[in-house]
Design a protein around this ligand. Sequence first.
Ligand SMILES: [Zn+2]
Length: 137
Amino acid sequence: MVDIFNNKKRSEIMSNITGKNTKPELLVRKALFSEGYRYRLHRKDLPGNPDIVFPSGKKAIFINGCFWHGHNCKKAALPESNKQFWKKKINGNVKRDKTNSGKLEQIGWKSFVVWQCEIKKSTLEKKIKQIKMFLKE
Ligand SMILES: [Zn+2]
């Protein structure tokens, strides 16, 4: 199988989804803020360092980059070179994510994962609705 992304695109994807304050995250934050939601960001004292945090309701939202967090979608396709390395690395990340959401649960927090590929203009509204439902739970 051929890597579906060329090198430029690949490095773009990797750089976009590694750090904090990524574009999908900003879009979600902006949408929630404009609807009156107030939140904290990147709480380092919580397992997994959730991206958007609602302390009063103990709700945490993770905006996950598809590649790094091993989403089952096109954006998460592993590069052909060093495939085993990436596989191991991503599997480790997926395991860590699971452990962290378990830890959050243990201290009474609920978590919600938003995948990078779900945040497009055409799907953002639907996703925000789901987040609002999660926050109401
Ligand atoms: Zn995805």
